[in-house]
Ligand binder design. Structure first.
Ligand SMILES: [Zn+2]
Length: 506
């Protein structure tokens, strides 16, 4: 196979990792899902809005789309910058960096590209939090499966179902990102960043047509409910439901960058939102209530004192409070909170979710005033007058007036959608066989190390310990190329230890 003709280090990086890491290889809510939800959210910005005007430049939209794959690129080279890039401490630090270098006007071409990159990278982390903390629980409940299946499966479904159309060019502000990571205590070189993102783009975005059919054949039978609902806008945490949340988070990022994001505007989206809760029953994901934040909150600050569900009488209703799924240390960050009622709710009733003053954000600010929103439960007879939900947004979202230049995935044809020997231009595949000039690591350091017990935890997946994983290595199914791609890190190995915990240094 073509991969065998690559330098040894390349083969190692792609193949050996899969062979040594065992089941549960990484991937994230598929990378193509990140790119597309981010793109659809950009296209959903209201006409005439500042963000619609900003992203009217297709080059800036393209930068945001490649940036939406950036956090997982760290996994492609087994470097911890990828994990860090998923979380709000990185976003906070990057906002400060962009402000210092390009603010307050951000009016140079370079400034605009970095703003776009910041927004795309931020969207990725938010989407992972939403998908993992809400939708994956639905997958477990409905299909009895987890991240190992849902991550690669949903990307494959997007391909098969004909939704993929974005293939962004490669661009990364590598030199600017190095000091941002350094401030987080992570040493990385610009060369490593470029190599990693280039590899990710080549294999997972441009090369996905080679992977998707096999992934679909593998996972669609295992995920019947997921395949039917992964783009159902009425299901919290689905890729379609992520679109308005991502669009709202983009607006929050823009406001934060411009110093115009009051803590009182912390909640930017949520489920069920204007709809009714999907059930009154406790003990099922359909009964959960989720708020989406436009900035990172300390996960440890989310508890039954700061976040409460109140009945019509104003009295607290029993519910457990949960921040983002990952991150166990006291300073872990979260961009969401989920309330899980522990007793059945009454039908056709308005409840209130209240955030109490004192809720602390990771930037040190605090919610100074009480914040509330209403949640309406479904009627006992959903057909009764007045009980219908508003129509959900259409999916797929309307195509833009000007399609992306190389729309057309899935198209397995040349030049860059096929397997590497058929289509990936060498320019996209940096030679990682030789020691990376910038990384100081040899090729062996680029392969999956596999021995980290925390990675072993990642590899096992499961309802409560999964990460950005791709399913089990398909040793007999598709040969080395398959193993190679899945093992390349495509995508995202999340280490479970203290996710989102790392804050700016000093
Ligand atoms: Zn990810």
């Amino acid at each position: 196979m073509a991969v065998m003709t690559r330098p040894r280090g390349w083969a190692l990086a792609l193949g050996l990792g899969a062979l040594t890491a065992g089941p549960g290889q990484p991937a994230a809510h598929g990378i193509n899902g990140h790119v597309h939800v981010t793109g659809w959210a950009i296209e959903a910005q209201p006409a005439g809005s500042v963000l619609a005007a900003f992203f009217a430049d297709p080059a800036l939209k393209d930068v945001a789309l490649i940036a939406a794959s950036f956090p997982d690129s760290g996994y492609a080279v087994d470097h911890p910058y990828g994990e860090a890039a998923h979380w709000e401490p990185f976003i906070e630090a990057y906002i400060a960096s962009v402000q210092a270098r390009h603010g307050p006007d951000f009016d140079t071409p370079e400034a605009r590209r970095e703003v776009a990159f910041l927004m795309g990278a931020g969207c990725h982390g938010l989407q992972d939090e939403l998908f993992d903390s809400v939708f994956l629980y639905q997958v477990r409940e409905q299909d009895g499966r987890g991240q190992d299946e849902a991550d690669p499966g949903t990307d494959a479904f997007l391909f098969t179902d004909g939704y993929l159309r974005f293939r962004p060019d490669l661009w990364v502000p590598a030199d600017a990102l190095v000091p941002v990571f350094d401030a987080l205590g992570i040493e990385v070189t610009a060369s490593v960043l470029r190599t990693a993102l280039s590899r990710t783009r080549a294999l997972v975005i441009n090369g996905f047509a080679a992977l998707a059919p096999g992934l679909d054949a593998e996972y669609r039978p295992q995920l019947p409910w997921t395949a039917a609902h992964y783009v159902d806008p009425t299901v919290p945490g689905s890729l379609a439901a992520e679109i308005p949340a991502t669009a709202a988070y983009q607006r929050a990022l823009w406001a934060r960058l411009h110093g115009e994001f009051p803590v009182a505007a912390l909640v930017v989206d949520g489920w069920p939102g204007a709809r009714r809760l999907r059930t009154t029953s406790a003990g099922t994901v359909d009964g959960w209530i989720t708020l989406v934040f436009g900035a990172g909150v300390f996960k440890s600050a989310l508890n039954d004192q700061t976040v409460q569900l109140l009945g019509p009488d104003g009295e607290p209703v029993p519910a457990t409070v949960h921040g983002t799924r990952w991150g166990g240390s006291p300073d872990s960050s979260s961009r969401l909170v989920t309330l899980r009622p522990t007793a059945d709710l009454a039908p056709d009733t308005v409840y209130t979710v209240r955030l109490n003053p004192g809720l602390e954000l990771i930037d040190g600010s605090r919610l100074e005033v009480e914040w509330t929103t209403e949640v309406r439960t479904p009627c006992a007879d959903p057909e009764a007058p007045g009980c219908a939900d508003p129509a959900p947004p259409a999916f797929p979202p309307p195509a833009p007036e000007r399609p992306m230049p190389d729309a057309g995935v899935p198209d397995a044809g040349p030049p860059d959608a096929g397997p590497p020997d058929a289509g990936l231009p060498d320019a996209d595949l940096p030679d990682v066989g030789a020691p990376d000039a910038g990384s100081g690591e040899d090729a062996g350091a680029l392969v999956d190390r596999g021995a980290d017990p925390d990675q072993g935890q990642a590899a096992r997946g499961g309802a409560d310990d999964g990460g950005c994983q791709v399913g089990a290595a398909r040793r007999g199914a598709a040969g080395l190329w398959w193993l190679a791609l899945v093992g390349a890190g495509l995508t995202g190995r999340r280490r479970r230890r203290g996710r989102g915990a790392r804050g700016p240094r000093g």
